[in-house]
Design a protein around this ligand. Structure first.
Ligand SMILES: CC(C)(COP(=O)(O)OP(=O)(O)OC[C@H]1O[C@@H](n2cnc3c(N)ncnc32)[C@H](O)[C@@H]1OP(=O)(O)O)[C@@H](O)C(=O)NCCC(=O)NCCS
Length: 132
């Protein structure tokens, strides 16, 4: 857990130790276990992906696998680690009969937009609404 907190802290400047403690417990308890993965280099965690599977949500037919958060340690980026995490996530989804992967990216986050585009993701047909 501490490595995930550290990767997020290095990326966003926010360390959410309590959040991650609860998030990992939740993943272990109710999320399909293939939706949470870590990447290791020399026995050290350097990347992670957390997601979930959602059935018949938002009026969508069937089941969709959601990528909720992905992160790679800044010292290990641009080596294909995140691409491998997404590939493993996608292939597990496929093994569970799920053919659609969703994620959300903030408008203007060009890094994430380029990353997902490179990996074959395209803008979807859902509209994101919100109310403050
Ligand atoms: C986006 C992120 C996951 C990519 O991880 P990574 O392991 O470096 O990605 P990969 O090496 O697998 O990159 C695959 C392709 O995506 C694209 N890509 C990756 N990072 C990119 C960037 N910063 N800008 C533009 N394109 C990028 C490239 O096309 C890359 O292929 P290439 O290196 O052959 O050109 C990583 O930069 C990260 O963790 N960023 C912060 C994400 C974040 O805010 N997460 C929430 C908090 S932790």
């Amino acid at each position: 857990m501490s490595t995930i907190v550290q990767i997020e802290d290095l990326t966003t400047g926010v360390a959410r130790r309590d959040y991650w403690k609860k998030r990992i417990e939740l993943s272990e308890a109710i999320r399909p276990h293939w939706t949470s993965l870590v990447a290791e280099v020399d026995n050290r965690v350097v990347g992670f992906i957390f997601g979930r599977a959602g059935e018949l949500e938002f009026g969508l037919p069937g089941t969709v696998a959601w990528i909720e958060i992905i992160g790679v340690h800044p010292g290990y980026r641009r080596r294909g680690i995140a691409a491998q995490l997404i590939e493993d996530f996608t292939s597990s989804a496929h093994d569970h009969g799920i053919r659609t992967i969703f994620t959300l990216v903030s408008k203007g986050n060009e890094e994430m937009e380029r990353f997902f585009t490179k990996l074959g993701f395209a803008q979807g047909k859902m509209l994101h609404f919100q109310k403050e």
